[in-house]
Ligand binder design. Structure first.
Ligand SMILES: [Zn+2]
Length: 342
């Protein structure tokens, strides 16, 4: 037993002497005094010692244990002192960090927004914003959607105060507000967020963008369906290239008469029919039409004197198609891989 103690003393004294860092000393401390360390294991052998030996071994064991503890403590001091001295004498050359600063960029949806707005500024459209939290009258009533009208079911609404205040379901509130002011002619656009009480999935989100235009002028100033057609083609060609084409289909929206759904020739199969367009060769991108006489009446303009067109487009869907993005929710999430890719 005595020999074992001396052996440990010798072995560890050497190791402590040669240690050059605090980390090494920590390891040595654990190897000696930690659970199942050299000292701990020795103490477990005590009960089996003959009584005669216990008298001599006990004090020796304690002495060696204390000496080793002290040796580690004083070596720690020495190592610290040495590192302070080294720090004091060391000269630093400060160099620029090797981490390359990465440049940020505009979000894909923001880039697209600017592209679209620039296109329509060229045609003399002015940009407008309208409240996200809106009165029922601007979102529904003025737009020929009275309370209890079944067509309200077309918009799953998030109400702030049922029947009065809501999160706007479309950007159309911007032109009902402008029309109410009565300053004609109107050539206005809005690109902004809308909200619906939707079950969220890869194609639906509770928050999405709409781009909408409204043109109002005096009857006889040649605001016709032909303008609607031209503006639709103008947008699609501007965004997707010269080959892009639009198609009109009759469709019901309460605030327009006649109402049309605007389809875009599939950019992937050029009309032949593919998986993305579900074999039809076209996909729907916008809803539009000539502003309903009831909207003129509600906003205080004479429907016999004025006429107009309005047209709303879902840029998020278009962006998904353009870039092959599979999930609309990516636009609102901060996924870095997605953001860096575009
Ligand atoms: Zn297709």
């Amino acid at each position: 037993m005595e020999e074992k103690i001396r052996q440990i003393q010798e072995e560890y004294s050497d190791k402590i002497k040669n240690a050059s860092s605090l980390k090494e000393l920590d390891k040595l401390f654990l190897a000696l005094f930690g659970k199942n360390g050299a000292i701990d294991s020795l103490s477990k052998e005590f009960p089996s010692l003959p009584a005669s030996e216990k008298h001599t071994i006990g004090p020796l064991f304690n002495k060696v244990k204390q000496e080793l503890e002290k040796a580690i403590a004083s070596k720690r001091e020495a190592v610290r002192e040495e590192s302070y001295q080294k720090l004091e004498s060391e000269e630093f050359t400060l160099q620029p960090s090797r981490l390359q600063a990465r440049k940020g960029h505009l979000h894909l949806a923001t880039q697209f927004k600017q592209e679209i707005i620039t296109l329509f500024e060229k045609l003399g459209f002015s940009q407008f914003d309208a409240p996200h939290i809106e009165l029922d009258k601007y979102n529904f009533e003025y737009l020929n959607i009275p309370a209890d009208h079944p067509s309200r079911d077309m918009w799953d609404t998030l109400w702030v105060e049922p029947g009065k205040l809501l999160l706007r379901t479309h950007t159309s509130n911007f032109w009902s507000r402008i029309m109410e002011k009565g300053k004609t002619p109107i050539r206005a656009m809005s690109f902004d967020r809308c909200f619906r009480y939707e079950a969220v999935d890869v194609r639906h989100s509770h928050t999405f963008n709409q781009f909408e235009i409204a043109v109002v002028g005096k009857m006889g100033e040649e605001i016709t369906m032909a303008n609607l057609r031209y503006l639709s083609d103008y947008l699609l060609k501007g965004l997707l290239g010269k080959e892009a084409k639009s198609r009109f289909r009759p469709k019901y929206y309460p605030f327009v008469e006649p109402g049309v759904g605007i389809d875009c020739l599939c950019v992937f199969c050029h009309g032949k029919g593919c998986k993305i367009c579900s074999g039809t060769g076209w996909f729907e991108v916008a809803g539009s039409g000539m502003i309903h006489p009831n909207v003129f009446k509600a906003t205080g303009l004479d429907p016999k004197k004025y006429t107009g067109l309005a047209w709303g487009f879902g840029p998020d869907r278009m962006l998904m198609l353009k870039h092959g993005i599979e999930d609309i929710r990516f636009f609102l999430e901060g996924d870095l891989d997605f953001l860096q890719k575009y």
